[in-house]
Design a protein around this ligand. Structure first.
Ligand code: NAI
Length: 210
Protein backbone atom coordinates (compact mmCIF):
# COMPACT_ATOMS: atom_id res chain seq x y z
CA UNK A 1 0.00 0.00 0.00
CA UNK A 2 1.54 3.36 -0.95
CA UNK A 3 2.07 5.96 1.74
CA UNK A 4 -0.53 8.66 2.00
CA UNK A 5 0.10 11.54 -0.36
CA UNK A 6 0.75 14.78 1.48
CA UNK A 7 0.10 17.21 -1.37
CA UNK A 8 3.82 17.87 -1.57
CA UNK A 9 4.08 19.30 1.94
CA UNK A 10 7.75 18.77 2.80
CA UNK A 11 8.48 16.02 5.29
CA UNK A 12 10.50 18.47 7.37
CA UNK A 13 7.30 20.49 7.89
CA UNK A 14 5.36 17.35 8.84
CA UNK A 15 8.15 16.60 11.32
CA UNK A 16 7.62 19.96 13.06
CA UNK A 17 3.87 19.55 13.46
CA UNK A 18 4.14 17.28 16.52
CA UNK A 19 6.26 19.96 18.21
CA UNK A 20 3.59 22.57 17.52
CA UNK A 21 0.91 20.25 18.84
CA UNK A 22 2.89 19.51 21.99
CA UNK A 23 3.52 23.18 22.74
CA UNK A 24 -0.08 24.15 21.98
CA UNK A 25 -1.48 21.35 24.14
CA UNK A 26 0.66 22.56 27.02
CA UNK A 27 -0.64 26.10 26.59
CA UNK A 28 -4.18 24.71 26.52
CA UNK A 29 -3.52 22.86 29.79
CA UNK A 30 -2.45 26.21 31.26
CA UNK A 31 -5.87 27.55 30.35
CA UNK A 32 -4.73 29.70 27.46
CA UNK A 33 -7.01 30.29 24.47
CA UNK A 34 -4.91 32.34 22.08
CA UNK A 35 -1.25 32.33 21.12
CA UNK A 36 0.93 33.81 18.40
CA UNK A 37 3.59 32.59 16.03
CA UNK A 38 6.03 34.73 18.05
CA UNK A 39 5.19 33.00 21.31
CA UNK A 40 5.34 29.54 19.72
CA UNK A 41 8.59 30.49 18.06
CA UNK A 42 10.13 31.51 21.39
CA UNK A 43 9.02 28.28 23.05
CA UNK A 44 10.29 26.07 20.25
CA UNK A 45 13.35 27.91 19.04
CA UNK A 46 11.83 28.22 15.57
CA UNK A 47 11.36 31.54 13.79
CA UNK A 48 7.83 32.96 13.80
CA UNK A 49 8.03 33.31 10.02
CA UNK A 50 8.78 29.60 9.71
CA UNK A 51 5.85 28.73 11.94
CA UNK A 52 3.46 30.90 9.92
CA UNK A 53 4.75 29.35 6.72
CA UNK A 54 4.43 25.80 8.07
CA UNK A 55 0.90 26.33 9.29
CA UNK A 56 -0.16 28.08 6.10
CA UNK A 57 0.10 24.71 4.34
CA UNK A 58 -3.01 23.67 6.21
CA UNK A 59 -5.18 26.74 5.77
CA UNK A 60 -5.31 30.18 7.29
CA UNK A 61 -5.34 29.73 11.04
CA UNK A 62 -4.42 33.08 12.45
CA UNK A 63 -5.79 36.48 11.67
CA UNK A 64 -3.29 39.28 11.50
CA UNK A 65 -3.00 40.82 14.93
CA UNK A 66 -5.30 38.39 16.75
CA UNK A 67 -3.04 35.32 16.84
CA UNK A 68 -4.01 31.68 16.73
CA UNK A 69 -7.05 30.17 18.45
CA UNK A 70 -5.32 27.37 20.34
CA UNK A 71 -8.26 24.95 20.46
CA UNK A 72 -8.93 25.32 16.76
CA UNK A 73 -5.29 24.84 15.89
CA UNK A 74 -4.93 21.82 18.19
CA UNK A 75 -7.95 20.16 16.59
CA UNK A 76 -6.74 20.97 13.12
CA UNK A 77 -3.25 19.64 13.78
CA UNK A 78 -4.66 16.48 15.36
CA UNK A 79 -6.76 15.93 12.26
CA UNK A 80 -3.89 16.62 9.88
CA UNK A 81 -1.60 14.22 11.75
CA UNK A 82 -4.41 11.69 12.16
CA UNK A 83 -3.95 11.61 15.92
CA UNK A 84 -7.59 12.51 16.50
CA UNK A 85 -8.02 8.75 16.78
CA UNK A 86 -6.34 6.16 18.97
CA UNK A 87 -3.59 4.17 17.28
CA UNK A 88 -2.87 0.69 18.54
CA UNK A 89 0.83 -0.12 18.62
CA UNK A 90 2.60 -3.48 18.78
CA UNK A 91 5.74 -3.63 20.91
CA UNK A 92 8.41 -6.27 20.36
CA UNK A 93 10.77 -6.88 23.27
CA UNK A 94 9.63 -7.00 26.87
CA UNK A 95 13.01 -6.44 28.51
CA UNK A 96 14.17 -3.44 30.51
CA UNK A 97 13.23 -0.89 27.86
CA UNK A 98 10.08 -2.70 26.77
CA UNK A 99 8.87 -2.72 30.38
CA UNK A 100 9.59 0.99 30.75
CA UNK A 101 7.64 1.70 27.56
CA UNK A 102 4.74 -0.37 28.81
CA UNK A 103 4.68 1.55 32.08
CA UNK A 104 4.94 4.97 30.42
CA UNK A 105 1.60 6.76 30.58
CA UNK A 106 2.62 9.42 28.06
CA UNK A 107 1.52 7.49 24.99
CA UNK A 108 -2.14 7.02 25.87
CA UNK A 109 -3.06 10.65 26.40
CA UNK A 110 -1.45 11.61 23.08
CA UNK A 111 -3.23 9.11 20.90
CA UNK A 112 -1.23 5.88 21.13
CA UNK A 113 -2.04 2.70 22.99
CA UNK A 114 0.46 -0.12 23.27
CA UNK A 115 -1.99 -2.89 22.57
CA UNK A 116 0.24 -5.98 22.28
CA UNK A 117 3.71 -6.96 23.45
CA UNK A 118 5.74 -9.88 22.09
CA UNK A 119 8.92 -11.54 23.28
CA UNK A 120 10.89 -14.62 22.30
CA UNK A 121 12.01 -15.56 25.82
CA UNK A 122 9.82 -18.35 27.21
CA UNK A 123 10.50 -17.00 30.71
CA UNK A 124 8.80 -13.70 29.81
CA UNK A 125 5.83 -15.06 27.88
CA UNK A 126 2.64 -14.83 29.91
CA UNK A 127 4.07 -12.20 32.24
CA UNK A 128 1.87 -9.19 32.99
CA UNK A 129 3.59 -5.86 32.38
CA UNK A 130 1.85 -2.51 32.49
CA UNK A 131 -1.56 -4.08 32.00
CA UNK A 132 -0.58 -6.32 29.07
CA UNK A 133 0.28 -10.00 28.84
CA UNK A 134 3.51 -10.80 27.00
CA UNK A 135 2.71 -12.90 23.94
CA UNK A 136 5.05 -15.34 22.19
CA UNK A 137 6.73 -14.09 19.03
CA UNK A 138 4.91 -16.84 17.15
CA UNK A 139 1.65 -14.95 17.67
CA UNK A 140 2.97 -11.71 16.19
CA UNK A 141 1.97 -12.22 12.56
CA UNK A 142 -1.55 -13.38 13.25
CA UNK A 143 -2.23 -10.74 15.90
CA UNK A 144 -1.04 -7.94 13.65
CA UNK A 145 -2.95 -9.21 10.63
CA UNK A 146 -6.18 -9.81 12.55
CA UNK A 147 -6.10 -6.36 14.08
CA UNK A 148 -4.68 -4.62 11.01
CA UNK A 149 -2.08 -2.98 13.22
CA UNK A 150 -0.05 -0.43 11.31
CA UNK A 151 2.41 0.77 13.95
CA UNK A 152 5.10 -1.10 15.87
CA UNK A 153 8.01 -0.42 18.18
CA UNK A 154 11.16 -2.50 18.35
CA UNK A 155 12.90 -2.89 21.72
CA UNK A 156 15.01 -6.00 21.16
CA UNK A 157 18.83 -6.30 21.05
CA UNK A 158 20.34 -4.78 17.89
CA UNK A 159 21.29 -8.16 16.42
CA UNK A 160 17.63 -9.20 16.39
CA UNK A 161 16.12 -5.94 15.17
CA UNK A 162 16.24 -6.77 11.45
CA UNK A 163 14.57 -10.15 11.78
CA UNK A 164 11.86 -8.61 13.96
CA UNK A 165 11.42 -5.80 11.42
CA UNK A 166 11.04 -8.39 8.66
CA UNK A 167 8.30 -10.13 10.59
CA UNK A 168 6.50 -6.86 11.25
CA UNK A 169 6.66 -5.82 7.61
CA UNK A 170 5.52 -9.24 6.45
CA UNK A 171 2.55 -8.97 8.80
CA UNK A 172 1.54 -5.60 7.31
CA UNK A 173 3.00 -2.98 9.64
CA UNK A 174 3.54 0.33 7.86
CA UNK A 175 5.55 2.28 10.41
CA UNK A 176 8.24 1.17 12.85
CA UNK A 177 9.81 3.07 15.71
CA UNK A 178 13.15 1.38 16.29
CA UNK A 179 14.83 1.82 19.67
CA UNK A 180 17.60 -0.64 18.87
CA UNK A 181 20.87 1.10 17.93
CA UNK A 182 21.04 -0.24 14.39
CA UNK A 183 19.65 0.75 11.01
CA UNK A 184 17.13 -1.63 9.57
CA UNK A 185 16.19 -2.22 5.96
CA UNK A 186 12.54 -2.07 5.04
CA UNK A 187 10.65 -1.75 1.75
CA UNK A 188 9.86 1.74 0.47
CA UNK A 189 6.25 1.62 1.60
CA UNK A 190 7.30 1.22 5.26
CA UNK A 191 8.49 4.14 7.39
CA UNK A 192 11.13 3.83 10.09
CA UNK A 193 12.08 6.31 12.77
CA UNK A 194 14.94 5.78 15.18
CA UNK A 195 15.43 6.65 18.81
CA UNK A 196 19.02 6.42 19.89
CA UNK A 197 20.02 8.86 22.63
CA UNK A 198 23.70 8.16 21.98
CA UNK A 199 23.39 9.61 18.49
CA UNK A 200 22.03 12.82 20.01
CA UNK A 201 24.71 12.91 22.71
CA UNK A 202 27.44 12.38 20.11
CA UNK A 203 25.96 15.16 18.02
CA UNK A 204 26.48 17.49 20.99
CA UNK A 205 29.90 16.26 22.15
CA UNK A 206 31.29 17.52 18.84
CA UNK A 207 30.61 21.06 20.08
CA UNK A 208 31.68 20.72 23.72
CA UNK A 209 34.55 22.83 24.95
CA UNK A 210 37.23 21.53 27.32
P1 NAI B 1 16.86 -6.45 27.43
O1 NAI B 1 17.87 -7.52 27.20
O2 NAI B 1 16.46 -6.11 28.83
O3 NAI B 1 15.50 -6.81 26.64
C1 NAI B 1 15.49 -7.30 25.32
C2 NAI B 1 14.26 -8.18 25.17
O4 NAI B 1 14.14 -8.57 23.82
C3 NAI B 1 14.35 -9.45 26.00
O5 NAI B 1 13.15 -9.62 26.75
C4 NAI B 1 14.53 -10.54 24.98
O6 NAI B 1 13.95 -11.77 25.37
C5 NAI B 1 13.79 -9.94 23.80
N1 NAI B 1 14.18 -10.48 22.50
C6 NAI B 1 15.41 -10.82 22.06
N2 NAI B 1 15.35 -11.25 20.80
C7 NAI B 1 14.05 -11.19 20.44
C8 NAI B 1 13.35 -11.49 19.25
N3 NAI B 1 13.98 -11.93 18.15
N4 NAI B 1 12.02 -11.31 19.23
C9 NAI B 1 11.36 -10.86 20.32
N5 NAI B 1 11.97 -10.55 21.49
C10 NAI B 1 13.29 -10.71 21.53
O7 NAI B 1 17.40 -5.17 26.68
P2 NAI B 1 16.93 -3.66 26.86
O8 NAI B 1 17.81 -2.98 27.81
O9 NAI B 1 15.46 -3.66 27.09
O10 NAI B 1 17.23 -3.07 25.41
C11 NAI B 1 16.46 -3.48 24.30
C12 NAI B 1 16.91 -2.73 23.04
O11 NAI B 1 16.65 -1.34 23.20
C13 NAI B 1 18.41 -2.83 22.77
O12 NAI B 1 18.60 -2.82 21.37
C14 NAI B 1 18.97 -1.57 23.39
O13 NAI B 1 20.20 -1.19 22.80
C15 NAI B 1 17.86 -0.61 23.09
N6 NAI B 1 17.74 0.53 24.02
C16 NAI B 1 17.44 1.73 23.48
C17 NAI B 1 17.21 2.83 24.27
C18 NAI B 1 16.81 4.10 23.65
O14 NAI B 1 16.55 5.06 24.36
N7 NAI B 1 16.72 4.15 22.33
C19 NAI B 1 17.32 2.74 25.72
C20 NAI B 1 17.58 1.41 26.21
C21 NAI B 1 17.79 0.35 25.37
Amino acid sequence: MPLKQTNSIPDIVIGRLPLYLRALTRLQQEGREVTSSHELGRKLGISSAQIRKDLSHFGGFGKQGTGYQIEYLVNKLRTVMQVNQEWHVALVGAGNLGSAILHYRGFADRGFRIAWVFDSDPAKIGAHIGGLTVQPLEELAQTIKENQAKLAMIAVPAEHAQSVANMLVEAGVQAILNYAPININVPDHVMVQYIDPVVHLQHMTFYLKD
